[in-house]
Design a protein around this ligand. Sequence first.
Ligand code: PEP
Length: 255
Amino acid sequence: MKTYIVGNWKMNFTVGESSIYLHKLLKRLTSARGLEIVVAPSSIALPTLALQTDRHKIRLSAQNFYHRDFGAFTGEVSIAQLKGTVDYAIIGHSERRYIFNESDKDIKLKVAAALRNGITPILCIGETDNEKTFGETADVIRDQLLGGLADVSKEDIKKVIIAYEPVWAISSVKGARLAPPDDIATSVDLIRQELKALYGKEAEDVPVLYGGSVNPSNAGAYLTIPGVNGLLIGGTSLIADQFLDIIEVAKRVRS
Ligand code: PEP
């Protein structure tokens, strides 16, 4: 299975800055066989970056979209409009869930829309600090998986990526702390058990990524957790040198 290194730029960089950054990555990225490098720029930069990128080296992801394909939805961008521009779409990120009040119903509609349009959904799930404190991690993981995948068939589950991101480990969250690899291993194991219960063998090859304060020093430890197939990186992905260093770590871990 491939190892995925995904950079989520969130609401950072102008179109020009995004283009300069991508140029730098493309120039400095050496062969990365077995790795899938993905960046998720702001929507406004996507068309420019799609013309600029070399898809053999770096693929693009949407950070968000509306679940309907076309119509009277002022201000929205659909995944149908992004077809041909992105290969992936981040869905259910905790910032969408908790700042923009996205529900599991919104999320399942987006997962279905991505699949309908041939785009790979990266479904983000993970518990908040409070939920962890109250021992609800397993329930949250189960609920968010069941909710987000509600309309995904056995044939389509192979086209989905899951990203486990405990909200309390995301660097921009107040009081964020590094997730111990053992905690992540427990959650990833639960995700895999749940996928198996829902889809059987069809789900064995579903990639599960980890995200939360990943940097070049801890990337190796996170990538070697059993069942983890890659990383979703926020803050650190904004610094080209560090993002490239994480890619180098991933190459070493794979070899
Ligand atoms: C994220 O927001 O998805 C994330 C993983 O952020 P960070 O790497 O900054 O913790």
